[in-house]
Ligand binder design. Structure first.
Ligand code: HEC
Length: 247
């Protein structure tokens, strides 16, 4: 028993460390809402426009997404599918992992279940915290995922920013960079709020794709609560009835 509790505590603390991102910058929460179909549709659109050049979603199919997001085949194929893929196809891409490794130094991973691996808050922060850094191969760096080999794909929307750091020295003489602020050097097509909303929708879509059944589960939730309330009432009435003659 004691051993089990120790194992449980160990698991909890590891998942806490993983969830906290091992020290990566997490300035804001994502506040996604998987029940908002508009948000999911908008996120799907951004994903297919901007991300599928490099990232596949191999465990997801176009027709499944259309069904879950309430889109007809025509709506899906006309406004969302940009390649010559078929409606029933998996959301695959042409780039092979070998090409990805060659072109970017690291193959862009499949993103079907990335929200399970990273969590929505991490994804949100990753996508809003790119800045210009002339010392990296892509010319970009990221506060949340330092030295990532992914360039800032959405820079036109967000604009171009540099980051200011303060360098501290600890007692041992080691240098630590502390993030101070961003400075916009070129405005984007969107305001800061519009950009954040776009990223929130995109992350919402990634969250849905990691577990499409979540939509169904969430739609059951009110019924489960109603059932519990009715059941509690019945149990209470039964108790009152049983104890009526007990003095
Ligand atoms: C030009 C190619 C390219 C495009 C387009 C692109 N990415 Fe990436 N992405 C990469 C590469 C390369 C990596 C690997 C980075 C690394 O591990 O250093 C990556 C990594 C990621 C990761 C981190 C995965 C992990 O946990 O290691 C996420 C999340 C991600 N991309 C999301 C997106 C989203 C969302 C979009 C669309 C807005 C997008 N990417 C568009 C190339 C791309």
């Amino acid at each position: 028993m004691k051993k089990n509790i120790l194992i449980l505590l160990g698991l909890l603390s590891t998942s806490w460390v993983m969830a906290s991102g091992g020290g990566s910058y997490m300035g804001e929460k994502a506040h996604t809402n998987i029940r908002s179909v508009d948000s999911l549709r908008n996120g799907a659109k951004t994903f297919m426009n901007y991300c599928m050049g490099c990232h596949s979603m191999n465990f997801q199919r176009y027709n499944r997404v259309a069904e879950d997001l309430g889109l007809t085949e025509d709506e899906m194929m006309e406004s969302l599918v940009l390649t010559n893929a078929k409606f029933s196809d998996k959301m695959e891409i042409a780039m092979t992992p070998d090409q990805g490794n060659k072109w970017f130094g690291k193959a862009p991973p499949d993103l079907t279940v990335i929200a399970k691996a990273r969590g929505v808050d991490w994804l949100y922060n990753f996508l809003i915290n790119f800045y210009v850094d002339p010392t990296t191969p892509t010319g970009w760096n990221n506060l949340t995922f330092e030295n990532a080999s992914m360039p800032h794909i959405l820079w036109e929307l967000q604009g171009i920013r540099t980051a200011e750091f303060e360098v501290h020295q600890d007692e041992k003489g080691n240098e630590h960079k502390e993030f101070k602020s961003f400075e916009t050097v070129q405005a984007g097509l969107m305001s800061e709020q519009e950009y954040k909303d776009t990223v929130r929708d995109l992350v919402n879509f990634l969250d849905y794709s990691a577990e499409p059944a979540k939509l169904i589960r969430m739609s059951y939730a009110p019924w489960v609560l109603i059932f519990l309330a009715v059941f509690t009432l019945l149990a209470y009435l039964l108790k009152v009835n049983y104890f009526r003659d007990v003095h």
